[in-house]
Design a protein around this ligand. Structure first.
Ligand code: PLP
Length: 394
């Protein structure tokens, strides 16, 4: 007998990123520019708080929605940092990573047959999440010529006016693009006009550069009531393995997400909740130091790509840059040959959906010395092929 799997699950392939990294894991001289997680350790104060909670035997379930103290701290934090007002009682849900929040939102909001417009290139989990919830994905490309910002023209061209939900992620994985308040205003107006629910993944909100503070679309007029925001501790607080995130939204949406969460997760893991509370209370300086390091690396990587003749859009957020592969290559061919010949792993853009063809996602969540060596190897790779394109100064 064989177990018959659900059509929904069978229609979703394995992650394109994983497939690529299995190749990389076979060699030990590989410099990976592919990982989407900080190379820093969790700040000590947060680790100490987690350890202390274990020593004190605080290992039971918490409230379904997360520890009240943590929800109160999140409420203060998002107001201070992003001008977002959410009450600890009903408008905040603590989850097992932002990933759980994304999945819960799709399941709580999307009905079978609903259309979910996803601004692409995008994080790889949205499309499977929509399919698992029974919805249909409508891809809305963003373009390098628009600095990978979502535009109303692309929304209209894709037919997103008839969609039910719109998913955006800024600062963006994989492009590193950000959207300012001025960029978001027309998108918010479009969502209001066409009555779209907006799911806004803001997990990289702390990671913006060049004095461009993050603006949440939920802080724009008339958007709070139609938006669910995702955030978490994985990126800014270097806590990926502790699996803690949260969702912010109107009470009905958060209540519906909590209904699924209480049956499937009960509560987010307890020890990380203590770490997160401390992270919000006392780790602001650690976050600033990490952001400064990312910024130094970002500037180095951008200038080096340009120097070796690979055009690279000026990413201003997250910890990714998105260079173009030279003409004559697909991103997949380039990434595979680069990996085999020079032992540098970067992710071909295509795995992130429309608008990403011909690009590589390069993460600079890697030490500067490794970044220097990786860029030298990429330069050697290009030189060997005589593929160095003239630098475009225009
Ligand atoms: N959202 C985006 C855009 C991401 O890049 C990631 C992780 O790479 C996640 C969500 C998942 O975050 P978490 O570790 O909190 O589940």
């Amino acid at each position: 007998m064989t177990i018959e799997l659900s059509d929904r699950v069978e229609s979703v392939g394995p992650s394109g990123i994983r497939r690529f990294f299995e190749i990389a894991e076979e060699r030990d001289d590989v410099i990976s520019l592919g990982v989407g997680e900080p190379d820093f350790s969790t700040p000590w104060a947060a680790r100490d708080a987690a350890i202390a909670s274990l020593e004190q035997g605080k290992t039971s379930y918490t409230a379904n929605r997360g520890k009240r103290e943590l929800r109160e701290a999140i409420s203060r934090y998002v107001e201070d940092r992003f001008d977002l007002e959410y009450g600890a009682d009903e408008e905040i849900l603590v989850t097992a990573g932002a990933s759980e929040a994304v999945d819960l939102a799709f399941r709580a909001i999307v009905d079978p047959g609903d259309t979910v417009a996803v601004a692409q290139p995008s994080y790889i989990s949205y499309e499977p999440g929509v399919i698992f919830a029974g919805g249909e994905v409508l891809s809305v490309p963003t373009r390098e010529t628009d600095d990978f910002r979502l535009t109303v023209e692309e929304l209209e061209r894709a037919g997103a006016a008839d969609a039910d939900v719109l998913v955006i992620c800024y600062p963006n994985n994989p492009t590193g693009a950000i959207m300012t308040r001025a960029d978001l205003e027309p998108i918010a107006a479009f969502a209001r006009e066409h009555d779209l629910t907006v799911l806004s993944d803001e997990i990289y909100a702390e990671l913006t550069y060049d004095d461009t503070d993050h603006t949440s679309i939920a802080s724009l007029k008339g958007m709070r009531e139609r938006t669910v925001v995702f955030n978490g501790f994985s990126k800014a607080h270097a806590m990926t393995g502790l699996r803690l995130g949260y969702a912010l939204g109107p009470a009905e949406a958060i209540g519906a997400m909590n209904r699924i969460h209480q049956y499937t997760m009960l509560s987010a893991p307890t020890t990380p909740q203590y770490a997160a509370l401390e992270a919000l209370d006392s780790c602001e300086d650690d976050v600033r130091k990490m952001v400064d390091q990312y910024d130094r690396r970002r500037r180095f990587v951008l200038s080096r790509f340009r120097e070796i003749g690979m055009a690279c859009f000026e990413a201003k957020g997250a910890f990714y840059v998105f260079p173009e592969v030279p003409s004559g290559w697909t991103a997949e061919e380039f990434a595979e040959e680069l990996l085999h010949e020079q032992g540098v792993a970067a992710v071909p853009g295509d795995v992130f959906g429309d608008g990403a063809e011909g690009h590589l996602r390069v993460s600079y969540a890697t030490g500067l010395e490794d970044l220097k060596e990786a860029l030298n190897r990429i330069e050697a790779f290009l030189e060997e092929r005589n593929e160095v394109a003239p630098i475009d100064d225009s």
